[in-house]
Design a protein around this ligand. Structure first.
Ligand SMILES: NC(=O)c1ccc[n+]([C@@H]2O[C@H](COP(=O)([O-])OP(=O)(O)OC[C@H]3O[C@@H](n4cnc5c(N)ncnc54)[C@H](OP(=O)(O)O)[C@@H]3O)[C@@H](O)[C@H]2O)c1
Length: 296
């Protein structure tokens, strides 16, 4: 039986991964039976602090894992600006720890990255060949993490995603539902473009890739693109909430970190290898809202 280590398992992606592994299927479809029957070892910082290189090496050696999926990261973009050392240790040094350990035992490593490694100024959907040019601490530390994994662990998959939401944890969907229940109107940024991505769909693609040896870098977001305010209006409509969403520009909005205006990724490498099964952002959102509204 295969053995799978999940780090950062209590986060959005880690949680969805555990759910589809135990169900044997995701919203997109059934998962690879070899992974559905595998032994899963979910860990978060209490069980395995991935910033501790020695602990990571010991844990991975003792566990005899076939694969490691790293779902842990410093994901608070503004928080990374104010705590750059913390961001570097978790987003860059920790993936290096995992990559060294995975390589030492011949395990495959999945690293998850972000559209923030790109400059975010090009309106065209960006393939994996697009030049990287991060403008935030979050983006530059995540790019360093990508590079460490590429350099240290030949058997790796790096999936860049964006605008992630799931059933657990803090995310835009949950925030909008909360605001919609308590406000008649809210303002939401209208000039940033991206693809809201359900973490369960990303988890499906992670496991689909893990069944192959097509190692490398992949863009993996929902298909289609929108803006935060249109996304917010769809959430309000799906939730049956009568809350007006008023548009505001990025310039008018006051955030610590620069936000990319254009975050549209093209899942080209997926299409060219296993096929792109990611759903349209609105189709995935509508189903997510139907299934989870009561717990949001
Ligand atoms: N969220 C997005 O919109 C988004 C967009 C693009 C890419 N991504 C990438 O997608 C991946 C998954 O994101 P996510 O939203 O699922 O993340 P998340 O919900 O923030 O979960 C991260 C998890 O890692 C844990 N963690 C923190 N420090 C750790 C440590 N030292 N050792 C082990 N675990 C630790 C966190 O615990 P605590 O909560 O206790 O800190 C949390 O449970 C990340 O690589 C992220 O960069 C996310």
């Amino acid at each position: 039986m295969r053995k799978l280590l999940i780090t950062g398992a209590n986060g959005q992606l880690g949680n969805e991964l555990q759910m589809i592994l135990s169900a044997g299927k995701a919203s997109i479809g059934p998962i690879d039976p070899a992974w559905a029957r595998c032994e899963v070892v979910p860990t978060d910082v209490a069980e395995l602090d991935i910033t501790n290189a020695e602990a990571v090496m010991d844990f991975v050696r003792a566990g005899e894992f076939d694969a490691i999926i790293n779902c842990a990261a410093a994901t608070n973009v503004d928080g990374c600006e104010t705590k750059p050392d913390f961001a570097r240790v978790l987003n860059a040094d920790a993936p290096a720890n995992l990559a060294r350990a995975a390589a030492a035992v011949g395990a495959t490593l999945v690293q998850v990255s972000t559209d923030y490694v790109l400059a975010g100024t090009d309106p065209m959907p960006q393939t994996e060949e697009a030049p990287t040019a991060p403008v935030t601490v979050y983006g530059s530390t995540k790019l360093a993490g990508e590079r460490a994994v590429e350099e240290l662990c030949p058997r790796h998959f790096t999936l860049r995603t964006a605008w992630l939401y799931g059933t657990r944890g803090k995310n835009f969907v949950r925030t909008m539902v909360g605001l919609g229940r308590t406000h008649d109107s809210i303002t939401v940024v209208c000039d940033q473009h991206g693809s809201p991505t359900f973490a369960g769909d990303l988890a499906y693609e992670v496991l689909a890739l893990l069944g192959t040896e097509a190692y490398g870098l992949y863009h993996c977001t929902a298909n289609g693109a929108t803006t935060w305010d249109v996304f917010a209006r769809r959430i309000m409509a799906d939730a049956g909430l009568d809350c007006e969403v008023k548009p505001v520009t990025t310039a008018e909005w006051n955030a610590d970190a620069t936000r990319p205006l254009w975050s549209i990724l093209d899942n080209k490498h997926l299409r060219d290898t296993i096929g792109d099964s990611m759903r349209s952002w609105d189709v995935a959102l509508d189903e997510f809202m139907r299934d989870n509204l009561a717990s949001l």
